[in-house]
Ligand binder design. Structure first.
Ligand code: ADP
Ligand code: MG
Length: 233
C-alpha cells in the first residue's frame, strides 16, 4: 500500500526532516508512526498525501509514485486517502452534516446521496443525532469523530491520522482509537502518528519509530490477546 525507498526530506532552510527512510506498509495494516516531537512524523505523512515532495527517494502509494505524480492527478490520490489532524480542522460556520459531506459534494453527488452518505458516516462514529449542530457546539472528542466521519465517508483505501488524540483526554482518545481500529477492520489501511504508547500496547500493529528523521524501529507488535492465544497453543 505504501512503500518508501531511501526517502530524504530537507526543508528550504536546511533542516533535515527525514533521512534515508525506507519502509513498507501492507494493505489492511494498522500502522503506528511514533517518535518524539520533531522526529519527522508529520513530514512523512505529508509526503504520503503529497502535501510536500521528497528531496530524494521514492514514495509509492497504492501503486502511484507520488513524487512524480503530475499536479493534475493529485486530487485522485487524495480521494483514495482520508486524513484527520490533531486539531480536527472542521469548518466552523458549516454544520456537522455539511462538513461531513465535503467529498461527495465536490464529486457531484446529488443532495440526497450526500445526505444519505453523511448520515451513514455519522452513524458509524456514533453521532447520528448531531447532524445539524455546528462544530463548536460539540466536545473535542465529538469534533474528532466528525472529522473521522468526513475522512471515512467515501471508504478510502488509506486513512492517515496525524496525532488524532493529541488534544483529547485518555478516555476520548480510546474512543477515537477504537474507531480507527474499526476502520481497519473494515479493510482500510490505517496509518496513525502518535506518541501514545499505551494505545500501541493495547492494540498491537506495525510500529515504525522515527528519531531525528531516521527510522530506528520497524516491528510488528502483537496485541496482548494474540500473545495469550499463542501461549495457549
Ligand atoms: N514547513 C517546514 N519548514 C521548515 N522546517 C520544518 C517544516 N516542517 C517541519 N520542519 C522541521 O522538520 C523536522 C520534523 O518535523 P515534523 O515532521 O513536524 O516532526 P513531528 O511531526 O515528528 O513532530 C523538525 O525539525 C521541524 O522543525
Ligand atoms: Mg507532527
Amino acid at each position: 500500500m505504501i512503500r518508501c525507498f531511501n526517502v530524504r526530506k530537507t526543508y528550504p532552510r536546511g533542516q533535515v526532516a527525514l533521512d534515508d527512510v525506507s519502509l513498507e506498509i501492507e494493505r489492511g495494516e494498522l500502522a503506528f508512526l511514533t517518535g518524539s516531537s520533531g522526529a519527522g512524523k508529520s513530514t512523512l505523512l505529508k509526503l504520503i498525501y503529497r502535501e510536500e515532495l521528497p528531496s530524494d527517494g521514492q514514495i509509492i502509494v497504492n501503486g502511484r509514485n507520488v513524487a512524480t505524480l503530475p499536479l493534475s492527478k493529485v486530487p485522485y490520490l487524495r480521494r483514495s486517502i482520508g486524513i484527520v489532524f490533531q486539531n480536527f480542522r472542521l469548518i466552523a460556520r458549516k454544520t456537522v452534516l455539511e462538513n461531513v459531506c465535503y467529498l461527495p459534494r465536490i464529486l457531484g453527488a446529488s443532495m440526497k446521496e450526500q445526505r444519505d452518505l453523511a448520515e451513514q458516516a455519522l452513524a458509524d462514529v456514533g453521532l447520528a443525532d448531531r447532524s445539524d449542530a455546528f462544530p463548536l457546539e460539540l466536545s473535542g472528542g465529538e469534533q474528532q469523530r466528525v472529522a473521522l466521519a468526513r475522512a471515512l465517508i467515501s471508504k478510502p483505501e488509506l486513512l492517515i491520522a496525524d496525532e488524532p488524540t493529541g488534544n483529547l483526554d485518555a478516555e476520548l482518545s480510546r474512543e477515537i482509537v477504537e474507531l480507527l481500529v474499526k476502520a481497519q477492520g473494515q479493510g482500510t489501511t490505517v496509518l496513525v502518528a502518535t506518541h501514545d504508547l499505551q494505545t500501541i500496547e493495547r492494540h498491537g500493529g506495525h510500529v515504525l519509530r522515527l528519531e531525528k528523521g531516521r527510522l530506528v524501529e520497524d516491528t510488528q507488535v502483537a496485541a496482548p490477546g494474540a500473545v495469550a492465544d499463542e501461549a495457549r497453543e
